[in-house]
Design a protein around this ligand. Structure first.
Ligand SMILES: N[C@@H](CCC(=O)N[C@@H](CS)C(=O)NCC(=O)O)C(=O)O
Length: 239
């Protein structure tokens, strides 16, 4: 059976990590049996990031690569019935969320002092002293470097949120008034979009990013719809 390694639910969402939400939704869509093993330390995974899985004795990281693995190994067709053009659009929007919008979320959580104070307690509050005093600062510094390396971290706050606001407007236009991205049934792109939207809309951080997401009624409804479909045990989104 596939073992999914990820942290426990948190930050008002099925998982504090958008990529863990994405992968768990994909696993649920696949209807393959899987078991969750709680693991909060990305360093334990093969790529140093969460989520990761173990299947048939192999460890594997990266939600996108795991998606391809499930497609190849188990013949799961996450995009059944879509045209090549729709599949291309789905991949492009997944990448928009995974590789761009995500980094604005990282900025909002880790670089904004008031959000960092909340995040630090949740992520590191249970570490024994003196690790609790040392690790959070190191992790924050590393993410500051990652934001700089990505490029988005070289912009000021206003620009970062303006760029992310454009992503959200594009996603809102993409979803339109459909139930899911391509109609009445969720496809691969819905797993990615929901992971990131939930991390923005459901998390307890009042940021321009969240306000931008909340200004799109269709995104709020879509987030609630995905949550009700894949994580009914969580109940309605907070707030
Ligand atoms: N491309 C990866 C990204 C995963 C990722 O960035 N995970 C974050 C948590 S949301 C992580 O583990 N960060 C730890 C680190 O960068 O050291 C995927 O799709 O799974």
């Amino acid at each position: 059976m596939i073992i999914l390694f990820q942290p426990p639910p948190g930050l008002g969402a099925a998982n504090p990590s958008p990529f863990c939400i994405k992968l768990e939704v994909l696993l649920k869509m696949s209807e393959l049996p899987y078991k969750i093993k709680i693991e909060g330390n990305p360093g334990k995974g093969p790529t140093g990031k969460i989520p990761f899985i173990k299947d048939k004795k192999n460890m594997m990281g990266d939600s996108g690569l795991i998606q391809r693995y499930l497609e190849n190994e188990y013949k799961v067709d996450f995009d059944a019935g879509l045209t090549d053009r729709q599949k291309a659009d789905g991949l492009a929007y997944s990448r928009l969320a995974d590789e761009h919008l995500y980094w604005a979320v990282v900025y909002s959580r880790w670089m904004e002092d008031e959000n960092w104070a909340i995040l630090k307690k949740i992520f590191f509050g249970k570490l024994p002293i003196p690790l609790r005093w040392i690790i959070p600062g190191i992790a924050r510094k590393e993410l500051g470097k990652a934001l700089h390396g990505h490029g988005i971290g070289r912009h000021n706050r206003e620009t970062i949120y303006a760029l992310a606001g454009e992503d959200l407007t594009a996603i809102s236009g993409f979803i339109g008034d459909r139930k899911f991205a391509f109609g009445d049934e969720p496809k691969a792109v819905d797993a990615a979009l929901y992971g990131h939207l939930s991390g923005i809309i459901d998390a307890p951080f009042d940021t321009p990013l969240k306000r931008a997401a909340l200004s799109h009624d269709n995104l709020v409804a879509y987030n609630a719809r995905m949550r009700a479909r894949f994580f009914p045990e969580l109940g309605a989104p907070p707030g």
